[in-house]
Design a protein around this ligand. Structure first.
Ligand code: ADP
Length: 221
């Protein structure tokens, strides 16, 4: 915010030559986008608990938000020259707020695309195993060092290599993903090797058979 304000003050006071003005305005736009992303992530983080309250949960297949997020991210991957594949092996049904499930998939897939250079690959898989819906997002990107693997789920942490590769980022995406998954009684783990790639895997309990069948409407409690 301070940087954005000083760009605007310099422009307002006429201290920037006409040929440099466009660059300053571009930087101001970039900073304001960063702030918008940060506010958006902070709001999602602050309201996560409320968003998963029983009245916001419905029975959904975890494949639906995966496909919605995947279609958007596929375009971004292809633009960047990263190959993208999505495999819903099963369509496990869980009881959750669909918007939060879209956030989980979008954050994990966008990170995989963001931290993988051209020529790499991103693979998204969904399975059902022993009462769990299991989602996997793997990439062949920059990887995460062993000392960093537990810090990446903390608010605001961004690794120096990630910052170097991708200036845009709030460091809040994985904190949000973890808060949502924990809230649904699930877990998330990461396996990674530097310069080889990363695999994020999360699991959420499937809805029990005593619950009503997939309806799209609110679950009756
Ligand atoms: P952001 O991507 O905005 O920096 P996140 O909370 O989503 O924030 O991720 C935190 C950090 O975890 C990233 O800055 C990066 O260091 C690391 N990270 C997350 N996903 C990946 C990935 N797929 N490959 C390499 N590093 C990753």
């Amino acid at each position: 915010l301070t940087a954005l304000q000083s760009f605007l003050n310099l422009l307002y006071n006429g201290y920037v030559s006409p040929e440099k003005q466009k660059r300053f305005i571009e930087q101001a736009i970039e900073r304001s986008q960063g702030l918008l992303d940060m506010v958006d992530d902070l709001l999602n983080l602050a309201t996560a608990r409320e968003e998963m309250s029983p009245r916001n949960r419905v029975l959904i297949s975890l494949a639906e938000p995966m496909e919605q997020a995947g279609i958007l991210m596929q375009a971004r991957a292809e633009e960047k020259g990263v190959s993208f594949s999505m495999q819903p092996m099963h369509r496990p049904v869980i009881e959750a707020n669909p918007e939060q499930m879209r956030e989980v998939w979008t954050n994990l897939i966008s990170n995989a695309v963001k931290y993988t250079a051209a020529g790499g690959a991103v693979r998204v898989i969904l399975e059902e195993r022993e009462g769990w819906a299991v989602g996997t997002v793997e990439d062949t990107g920059i990887g995460i060092g062993p000392d960093e693997q537990e810090r990446i789920f903390m608010e605001f942490y961004r690794s120096p290599r990630a910052k170097e590769m991708e200036t845009q980022g709030t460091g809040l995406g994985l904190a949000l993903v973890k808060r949502i998954i924990d809230g649904y009684g699930g877990t998330i783990t990461v396996e990674s090797a530097l310069n080889k790639g990363s695999r994020f895997r999360f699991k959420i309990p499937v809805a029990t058979s005593s619950q009503t069948t997939l309806s799209g409407g609110p679950v009756q409690k």
